[in-house]
Design a protein around this ligand. Structure first.
Ligand code: NAP
Length: 248
């Protein structure tokens, strides 16, 4: 049997209306798994749904900062063999502008959402033994940037959460890992470019030996982490940064 096959698996992908989540959902469907996708924007989520290969997939609209939406999402899910947590936001907040509102916004989307969804999935016994959880994190959890205190902190907190899942659920052979990515060309990248200017982004790109990433680059690692080919990998991170941190 091919250890990298995803056949007969059911995978939930959050943040599937855009960028990495949308591409990962398509790639997972091509690998033979059934995919349930979720996000808030119906038009974009449906566009991803219509691009999935094969049949029997599903989509559920949910704002993952809303507990009722999380409950509704879980009610509509059977048992899962994997979850890809790709939902998330980036907002620059210089330190002197940080208050409760900004913390709620950033940690609501980047920490509360994936953490509460995971907790409730476990409580509802919807995660099968042998399942694999993948969280989209960022190299800025280790290498913060100016204005990124809340974003970096929310991703660092997510990294710790993933490690704790690895410890608590190893007896059921449930694995949890994060992908710590540097800049990947998605709508979120475009927002960052607008915020700082194209010239500065191009200059930043010169520090990447392999250039900026594309969503399918991340998708390949997600496929590996979801598959049995990574069955001895848990509680860790895959750094995907085109070589950016190699010289640091
Ligand atoms: N692109 C990069 O350079 C990069 C680098 C490192 C890490 N990452 C991480 O990778 C993940 C995906 O990034 P991306 O570039 O693909 O971003 P993206 O294109 O902006 O997609 C983000 C996704 O998150 C969903 N989302 C945001 N807030 C949500 C909420 N409250 N409830 C439910 N869904 C929500 C959005 O869907 P709706 O708006 O439809 O809800 C969208 O589908 C993020 O966690 C990001 O932090 C990205």
């Amino acid at each position: 049997m091919n250890p990298f096959s995803l056949a007969h698996k059911t995978i939930l992908v959050t943040g599937a209306s855009s960028g990495i989540g949308a591409e990962a959902a398509r790639m997972i469907s091509k690998s033979g798994a059934r995919v349930i996708i979720t996000a808030r924007n119906e038009e974009r989520l449906k566009a991803t749904f219509n691009s999935l290969e094969g049949s029997n997939h599903g989509y559920v609209l949910a704002d993952l900062t809303n507990e009722e939406d999380i409950k509704n999402l879980i009610d509509q899910i059977d048992h899962l063999d994997g979850v890809v947590h790709s939902s998330g936001i980036v907002r620059p907040f210089p330190i002197k502008f940080i208050g409760a509102k900004q913390i709620d916004e950033m940690y609501g989307a980047n920490y509360y959402g994936p953490v509460v969804l995971t907790s409730k999935l476990f409580r509802a016994k919807k995660i099968n033994a042998g399942a694999s959880l993948v969280f989209m994190s960022s190299i800025s959890s280790k290498f913060p940037h100016k204005g990124g205190a809340l974003y970096s902190g929310s991703k660092a907190a997510l990294n710790s959460f993933s490690k704790t899942i690895a410890l608590e659920y190893a007896p059921q052979k449930i694995r949890s890992n994060v992908i710590s990515a540097a800049m990947v060309r998605t709508p979120l990248f475009d927002e960052a470019e607008k915020a700082i200017s194209k010239e500065m982004m191009d200059k930043h790109g010169e520090d990447y030996p392999l250039g900026f990433g594309d969503p399918e680059d991340i998708g390949h690692a997600i496929l590996f982490l979801l598959s049995g080919g990574s069955r001895w990998i848990t509680g860790t991170e895959i750094v995907m940064d085109g070589g950016l941190s190699a010289g640091h």
